[in-house]
Design a protein around this ligand. Structure first.
Ligand code: GDP
Length: 534
């Protein structure tokens, strides 16, 4: 098969949701119906431990879980579907955002009783920034939930784009009768239970109107009415608009009952986009020039969107998750890390077929491969088989929480530095070194990141640290148009400056006014709340 054919049959997407909306359940059903797993319960089993505690132990477990289950590949209808999990802890979400840079579409799962919840909202923002196409699954229709029109209304408001219903529910909770498939103009009849396969549900064409009214009575008639209202109020499905992130197709169902899930799996094949081109910069006569890398280009290229330390502290190896942007991967091929120009020498290379890690035979644009290395790879690194280019767009968010690191045993300074450098590269925490010297600062988006890092410094680097609260409440990455302007600024605020793990200059602030004042004083300095890996 040609590169173009291989990439065309790939779909790489992330599931986004608020905890408990049903993401794990849906993931498992997608794997089950595509034939990727035989036994229901294997995804669940992994999750079970997650509910046990709420401290860093949980995160430790999640790390173990997420190596195994953060990327899952399945084959369905001759298509290779790569599903990326977005780890869901409410406190621990920087990683989650970055996963969204590695996908071509997103599947949003919402609980029909709760609508769009806090965590989903933040993920939606990232999708919107990138115009990522979003499919919506409204879950738990077997419960007493909100009216479908009401839910669609909320989704439209939150997403800022019209919803296009693809299926429509008949009743809900105890009187949930099933869903109407608008494309096939047939109703699929609901039955509860988790044993049933999608093809085992009874379907009745809408043309048999009398039969449907007889069986589902007023529920059916009011569903038709609401459906007409909804389809009348929203535009027809427009493939281009969906691909541009300007409308979302909506599906209703009940994940736990295997119901309405097949429609979503089919939509991933039929509607979701294949791997898209990706922006990069290349140097032409030493000047950076933007270049779109096409998935069917023959040369290998990819970007590291996640780095995961090994669970075994006696091994310092890490898995770099690379989203392939172009070309073909075959074992043994020589790859280079663009930042350093050094050859990537992985100890193993894996794909994530049906949740097991397997040695990779070949992979194409859209696929995720995991390179186990002893270092030399950072978050945001571009990997190629020779071409010199750098992918852009991996976001780092300005931390909102800061702590100073105090080492208990000063003889362990080297270990601490090594630990902080590696954890910083991995994106577990942001590390800032104050320009004027003094204790290192840790910056995080969620409180839990501190606990994890403190624990890992001790367990993996034998560096016992105390974390003390800091006066800082924010950071802005600094750029200037001319060196003179930059110098005037750095001379004015020597005590507020620090460099992060990527050696980028940052201004540390103690309040939101702080940034505003500095900005007023230095109108030509750019204060960035988000840093893109460069
Ligand atoms: P996650 O946190 O988003 O991964 O959610 P889970 O998949 O673990 O689901 C959370 C809870 O909702 C679990 O107890 C599921 O059994 C339950 N659940 C998931 N889907 C449905 C559904 O369609 N109907 C009902 N009634 N419960 C569901």
């Amino acid at each position: 098969m040609s590169y173009a054919n291989e990439t065309r049959r790939r779909r790489t997407f992330a599931i986004i949701s608020h905890p408990d909306a049903g993401k794990t359940t849906l993931t498992e059903k997608l794997l089950l119906f595509s034939g990727a797993i035989q036994i229901a319960g294997s995804v669940k089993a992994r999750k079970a431990s997650r509910h046990a505690t709420s401290d860093w132990m949980e995160i430790e477990k999640q790390r173990g879980i997420s190596v195994a289950s953060s990327v899952m590949q399945m084959l369905y209808r001759e298509h290779v579907i790569n599903l990326l999990d977005t780890p869901g802890h409410k406190d621990f979400s920087e990683d989650t955002y970055r996963v969204l840079t590695a996908v071509d579409s997103a599947l949003m799962v919402i609980d029909a009783a709760n609508g769009v919840e806090a965590q989903t909202r933040r993920l939606i923002e990232v999708c919107r920034q990138r115009d990522t196409p979003i499919l919506t699954f409204v879950n738990k229709m077997d419960r007493e939930v909100r009216e479908p029109l009401d839910i669609l209304d909320e989704v439209e408001r939150e997403l800022g784009m019209p919803c296009v219903p693809m299926t429509w529910p008949v009743g809900q909770g105890k009187s949930f009768g099933g869903i109407i498939n608008l494309r096939t103009q047939a109703m699929t009849v609901f039955e509860s239970g988790s044993e049933r396969l999608p093809q085992d549900f009874e379907t009745i064409p809408l043309s048999e109107h009398d039969t449907l009214v007889k069986r589902f009575g007023a529920e059916y008639e009011s569903a038709l009415e609401a459906m007409e209202l909804a389809t009348g109020a929203s535009p027809a499905y427009d493939h281009e608009a969906f691909l541009a992130g300007k409308q979302t197709p909506v599906f209703f169902g009940s994940g736990v009952n295997n119901f309405g899930v097949m429609e979503v799996l089919d939509a991933l094949v039929d509607l979701a986009p294949p791997p898209q081109s990706r922006k990069s910069t290349v140097l032409v006569n030493r000047q950076p020039v933007e270049k779109e890398i096409q998935p069917e280009d023959g040369a290998f290229s990819g970007v590291v969107f996640k780095v995961q330390a090994n669970m075994d502290p006696s091994h310092r190896d890490r898995i770099a998750f690379v989203r392939m942007a172009s070309g073909k991967y075959t074992p043994g091929m020589k790859l280079r890390v663009q930042r350093t120009g050094k050859e990537l020498r992985p100890t193993s290379v894996v794909t994530f077929l049906s949740q097991r890690r397997e040695a990779v035979d070949e992979a194409y644009a859209g696929d995720i491969i995991g390179f186990t290395t002893h270092g030399g790879v950072q978050l945001g690194d571009t990997i190629t088989d020779g071409a010199s280019l750098q992918f852009t767009g991996l976001p780092f968010f300005a931390p909102e929480l800061f702590m100073t690191v105090i080492l208990k045993n000063p003889l362990r300074t080297k270990q601490l530095q090594q630990g902080l450098a590696q954890l910083g590269e991995e994106g577990a925490i942001q590390v800032f070194k104050p320009d004027m010297g003094g204790a290192m600062l840790l910056g995080a988006v969620g409180q839990l990141q501190f606990e994890v890092v403190q624990h890992r410094l001790k367990a993996e680097y034998d560096a016992d640290v105390r974390l003390e609260s800091s006066q800082y409440t924010g950071a802005r990455w600094i750029t200037a148009d001319t060196p003179a302007e930059l110098k005037a600024f750095t001379d004015a605020y020597p005590l507020r400056l620090a460099h992060d793990a990527a050696d980028t200059l940052a201004y540390l602030c103690t309040s939101p006014y702080d940034v505003r004042l500095a900005q007023e004083r230095f109108p030509k300095i750019h204060f960035h709340p988000l840093r893109e890996h460069a």
